[in-house]
Design a protein around this ligand. Structure first.
Ligand SMILES: [Zn+2]
Ligand SMILES: [Zn+2]
Length: 246
């Protein structure tokens, strides 16, 4: 029986989650988590975007309820914006985070519009992506890991497809984790064997938008057992979290 002790991808009312911070903390404790991270959507997410004010409020709400038995961390689910791997979390913001997560999302505001048609719209709204786009996506993720202190790549393979091998090797050498995302584990599964072979570390993320889903990993556990993912390489099960300097 696999024991879950961490969940590093939880949404709150500060973006599109349904629960406030206090409800999330109570649920995390009730589930028996020893560590968790709030990971709300980022500065250029449509309608639900992060602001400096929201980030401050979120951090304050966590520090007011500080508990050694159940450690609360502040993250953000940043958006990769273009083929240069730029993200929408400003340095002033990520320096104030305990950890930084990034992924691809199609609902991001326009900004300077660079690569928007190919990177955001094509990846976001079409099914069969050509090899050349997958190659450019892979490079974009690698650049993001090299440019910013990214700790977690969220739901790999969900929409913006990538080639796993080089990305996993880059993540490993930079101390970045690959997320085992409960909502989207099926998009990582075809690459999971390659990820294991690369030696990269994994991290658990329920992507819960409701308190009752915090710490629930039924689909992820199935994948862990099916592919024999080493438990001592999974943060949230048997591996301690180490984050990059911000
Ligand atoms: Zn996401
Ligand atoms: Zn999410």
């Amino acid at each position: 029986m696999i024991k879950i002790i961490g969940d590093y991808h939880i949404h709150t009312k500060f973006s599109d989650g349904k629960s406030d911070t206090d409800t999330v903390i109570a649920a995390a404790k009730k589930t028996g988590l020893k560590e968790f991270a709030l990971c709300d959507h980022s500065y250029r997410s449509w309608f639900v975007g992060m602001t400096d004010d929201k980030l401050e409020k979120s951090k304050n709400a966590l520090s007011c309820r500080h508990d050694e038995q159940c450690r609360a961390l502040q993250s953000i689910e940043g958006n990769i914006l273009n083929f240069d791997g730029e993200i929408d979390v400003p340095p002033d913001a990520y320096k104030r985070l305990d950890m930084l997560s990034v992924g691809f999302h199609r609902f991001v505001t326009r900004g300077d519009g660079r690569d928007r048609k190919q990177f955001i719209l094509r990846n976001g709204w079409t099914e069969n992506l050509p090899d050349e786009l997958i190659e450019k996506n892979t490079k974009a993720y690698i650049k993001a890991i090299e440019k910013y202190p990214v700790d977690v790549i969220c739901h790999i393979g969900h929409r913006a497809k990538v080639y796993g091998k080089r990305l996993f090797e880059c993540a490993k050498s930079n101390g970045c984790h690959i997320e085992l995302n409960e909502k989207h584990i099926e998009t990582l599964e075809p690459m999971l064997q390659i990820a294991i072979e690369s030696g990269v570390k994994f991290i658990l993320g329920s992507d819960a938008h409701r308190a009752e889903n915090i710490g629930r990993f039924d689909r992820v556990i199935n994948a862990i057992e099916k592919y024999n993912v080493p438990l001592d390489r999974i943060v949230g099960i048997d591996c301690q979290l180490t984050v990059r300097k911000k």
